[in-house]
Design a protein around this ligand. Structure first.
Ligand SMILES: [Cu+2]
Length: 288
């Protein structure tokens, strides 16, 4: 019954917000209301939990609204000229303490289940290590000779037709669709947060610490995200682009990429940081 209600809420939100559930590239749209579509098991679970909370919140709000209307009509000066002098009511006080506690318990159980679901995957098909830097991401493929590459924002002037501003990167994170991918996160400087709403992933990348989560992208497509932990002046200019490919396309990409990024010594890094400096007033010596 609940799931039917979920779908009702979903359809309502989709209708009002015009959510592009089937759109090719997953990102936020102007005047969007509600979530981006869910394209991973994690995002689906988060949406379900959100719908449950919506049902609970609406029920509570309607109940309180009903009580208010009842009190206003029944106990105004005209309808009730001689007010009762009652000040305590033991049963009522027990109930209005116990019921909210029960509601919180009802919320806790699915909440913890989702948290544990997001925590890690038992059988990962592959691993990607994500390292946050001021202000770009680097991606490492330990299963493929530690292939590593950096992912920088593409300047507005260099965008190609159809590439979204502030979300497009030069080297996207490429993964196979339908596979369980273990994501390890760390940082080379300050705390960043790797967040992709349509995939239900948001995890801090902390220096000196290896955080773990996972993702399974349900279908091939392009998914966008952003750094979600204020990490310095160019925090808004280190977007995330994920390309999920079919198994065959991924294998083909991997062959090419391993050649392209072999012995990646990051010679071009200082140049790219310099090109970023036009985006915001970067103070002297803040890069390292
Ligand atoms: Cu950041």
């Amino acid at each position: 019954m609940l799931s039917k209600f979920n779908w009702f809420i979903f359809s309502l939100v989709a209708l009002v917000g015009g959510l592009p559930f089937q759109a090719h590239a997953q990102m936020a749209h102007p005047w969007q209301f509600g979530f981006q579509g869910a394209f991973s098991p994690s995002a689906e679970k988060l949406h379900e939990f959100h719908s449950l909370l919506t049902v609970i919140i609406i029920s509570i709000t309607l109940f309180v609204l009903g009580l208010l209307i009842y009190v206003v009509l029944k106990f105004n000066r005209k309808a009730n000229p001689v007010p009762s002098k009652t000040t305590h009511h033991t049963l009522l006080e027990v109930v209005w303490t116990a019921v909210p506690v029960l509601i919180l318990v009802v919320i806790t159980i699915p909440s913890l289940r989702v948290l544990y679901f997001l925590d890690r995957v038992e059988d990962a098909d592959m691993t990607v290590k994500i390292v946050g830097h001021q202000w770009y991401w680097s991606y490492e493929y330990p299963d493929n000779d530690d292939m590593t590459f950096d992912s920088y924002i593409v300047d507005k002037e260099d965008l190609e037709e159809g590439q979204p501003r502030l979300l497009t990167v030069d080297n996207a994170l490429v993964v196979p669709a339908g596979k369980n991918i273990r994501l390890l996160m760390a940082s080379g400087d300050v705390i960043h947060s790797w967040a992709v709403p349509s995939l239900g992933v948001k995890l801090d990348a902390v220096p000196g610490r290896l955080n773990e989560t996972w993702v399974k992208v349900n279908e091939p497509g392009t998914y966008y995200g952003q750094c979600s932990e204020l990490c310095g002046v160019n925090h808004g200019f280190m977007p995330i682009t994920i390309k999920a490919l079919s198994e065959d396309d991924y294998a083909a990409w991997l062959l090419e990429a391993m050649e392209e990024f072999a012995n990646n010594d990051n010679d071009n890094k200082p140049l790219k940081i310099a090109s970023l400096q036009g985006k915001a007033s970067v103070w002297e010596g803040s890069n390292e």
